[in-house]
Ligand binder design. Sequence first.
Ligand code: 1CP
Length: 354
Amino acid sequence: MSANDSPRAPQTTTHDSAFLRACRREPVPHTPVWFMRQAGRSLPEYLKVREGIPMLESCMRPELVTEITLQPVRRHKVDAAIYFSDIVVPLKAIGIDLDIKPGVGPVVADPVRTRADLDRLRDLTPEDVHYVTEAIGMLTAELGATPLIGFAGAPFTLASYLVEGGPSRNHEHTKALMYGDPQLWADLLDRLAEITSAFLKVQIEAGASAVQLFDSWVGALAPADYRRSVMPASAKVFDAVAGYGVPRIHFGVGTGELLGLMGEAGADVVGVDWRVPLDEAARRVGPGRALQGNLDPAVLFSTPEAVRAKTREVLDAAAGLDGHIFNLGHGVLPTTDPDALTRLVADVHEQTAR
Ligand code: 1CP
């Protein structure tokens, strides 16, 4: 079966898909579902095709990217595909010396901490990421009516990896720079906003039907610091791609206190982690935005009955929303049973069929 002849197939075009309709806050035949980090992670078919190929290299092989992106669509019948890549791919593409270390994450050889370091962050051109354009061309041909979500890391989250040199719990070097040299920090985030905007444009022009900005670690900030030191750069990215008319999704973890500001930053859809119920999140985000979320990914380790009950809670909290895309509150955890994800998609579709 190809990715697009889903059993529930009254959708005939990508534009009319449940996912894009929900992003636009239009009526839907069922609540659409996809999962952050659905591509890769736990799937045995993913581990098989990745065998012996380093992560960053796999992101540069269009056939492999196409296969990995399609795997969860085939298996789980999710309502959208997410392009297989990583948030550090555009940084690698402009020549930053970094690697993705198994079991660790992105590691940057020479952290970016001075004004001279900023010069290493040159503009991204479409030629730098020609493999992305090729892979998206192949993917949209295979996906039929199933939308493809492109993505990028948000300026703050990218800055955190660049300044720390790798994954960080407390973001101490990042915050030291943000508070200690506000002008250098602002210039760094502005550069990253330009690179991120260019990377999202490549994906949209190649055929992505929506884009998500991952600001995974921005929940480490207080609202006043977010507003002053981060929001302008994220808003610049949303502005840069506004003209394409594709939905823009904005996601972070631990962002309960930031949801109002994230609503203001300009996205069409705000992603919510599991800590804030969606009805309360809607009050914080304000009108005119769809919401995406927010089942705790750890719930999937519980019994099928418990998963169903927690799913019902999410759907009940979302009942009055103007636009809901079902997702987890953060990415699929690496040891998640793939069957639990397949059951979850079927359950949400069944419970919300209109
Ligand atoms: O969603 C998908 O299925 C597409 C694939 C995808 C996405 C959207 C990958 C593949 N990475 C990402 C985004 C990403 N990368 C984010 C934002 C999403 C999130 O919060 O989960 C972040 C923070 C990263 C950085 C990163 N890359 C980490 C986290 C490290 C940390 O700071 O804790 C890790 C472990 C990676 C490596 C990575 N990215 C993707 C895969 C499949 C892997 C593992 C590869 C390997 O080790 O071989």
